[in-house]
Ligand binder design. Structure first.
Ligand code: 5MM
Length: 335
């Protein structure tokens, strides 16, 4: 078995998932401003250190995606952040894209940048302890979007990124996120997400990426957040499974969903149902940002020194999602 495949299996073993704590400083500042905490490097570190030293890091969180600032920080006890994550029994990872920018040729869409100098940055992150990486392409749904241009250019970048990451002996998380924003129906989300994912795999194969050594991080199939036609959680799970069965090659070992603006409970419930109906060989897990951190952040903001209390809130969310990967979650566990 290849080293990369082993890393994937270790991250997603025994119902574990991934904590996406890779908010760029801009995004983290918005999150902290929302709860009236000043966004200083110290506060960003304190919140993240609080999560990374919680007990669920050993039981539920197989990997943590860090941002450039965090991977280079040290805890209050002078432990390097990647070292803390490894000591807790989890795996440190790093976001390596430099953000989604206006796509020339289709200015209402985005292209993710960061390929220039990536090989050198990867070597640096590897030395800092990263075992896996993340790159996110974003797509919007309208009548004409995502355009062919957006699908092809983002797939090309995701594949070039993934090939470089594997060359550097790390596992690439490939994240094509079809956004929930808009009036589109779940059927449109299904059709467009299927096309986006297929296009990504065409390019990954062309770039000779070892599919056994990647993790796919897709969106679930949902109706747009401004759509008049909502669908049930059962339908979300069934459509999501159908989409992935038809568009993801069977060699891919693991799929870890993003939460994409769903509430914490919704993201857990949908994951639980996906696993209930999962008739594929893919491990179906989570790589949540907001859906793992929201309540913990809210709690912490009331007293940023209450480490234990904040960890309790975070541990609960992590536990619920790990139960969902085994389809053992139920609503009554939430009280
Ligand atoms: C954690 O947020 C990541 C994006 O940060 P920036 O926009 O600041 O770069 C994001 O890529 C995240 O990893 C995924 O979208 C999953 O997060 P959610 O909140 O959708 O589960």
């Amino acid at each position: 078995m290849s080293e990369l495949h082993n890393i994937v299996l270790k991250i997603l073993e025994k119902g574990k998932g991934i904590l996406a704590a890779d908010e760029s400083t801009g995004t983290m500042t918005k999150r902290l401003n929302n709860v009236n905490v000043p966004s200083t490097p110290e506060n960003r570190l304190l919140f993240r250190e609080t999560l990374f030293s919680a007990s669920s890091m050993s039981e539920c969180i197989g990997g943590v995606i860090l941002y450039d600032e965090t991977i280079k920080q040290e805890t209050s006890k002078k432990i390097k952040i990647p070292e803390l994550i490894s000591k807790m029994g989890s795996t440190p990872g790093i976001k390596v894209d430099t953000g989604a920018k206006v796509l020339a040729g289709s200015p209402d869409e985005k292209i993710t940048e960061g390929l220039d100098g990536l090989r050198e940055r990867l070597k640096e992150y590897y030395k800092l302890g990263a075992k896996f990486t993340k790159w996110r392409g974003v797509y919007t749904i309208t009548k004409n979007f995502p355009s062919k241009l957006s699908m092809r250019s983002n797939a090309h970048s995701l594949a070039r990124y993934a090939a470089l990451v594997q060359e550097c002996k790390m596992v690439p998380i490939v994240e094509p996120e079809v956004l929930m924003d808009g009036e589109h129906s779940a059927k449109e989300c299904y059709e467009k997400t299927s096309e986006v994912i297929k296009r990504c795999f065409d390019e990954l194969i062309l770039h000779k990426v070892d599919l056994k050594g990647i993790i796919l991080k897709p969106n679930m199939i949902l109706a747009g957040n401004k759509s008049k036609n909502t669908i049930s959680n059962e339908e979300v799970a069934k459509l999501t499974l159908k989409c992935l069965k038809n568009s993801v090659p069977s060699e891919v070992p693991g799929i870890a969903f993003l939460s994409g603006g769903q509430s914490e409970i919704e993201a857990t419930e949908n994951l639980n149902l996906i696993n209930k109906y999962n008739d594929t060989n893919f491990i179906m897990s989570y790589s949540y940002g907001r859906a793992l951190q929201q309540s913990a952040l809210k709690f912490w903001s009331k007293n940023i020194q209450d480490i234990k209390g904040t960890q309790k809130v975070f541990n609960h969310r992590a536990k619920m999602n790990t139960l969902a990967t085994q389809s053992k979650w139920s609503k009554d566990l939430e009280v």
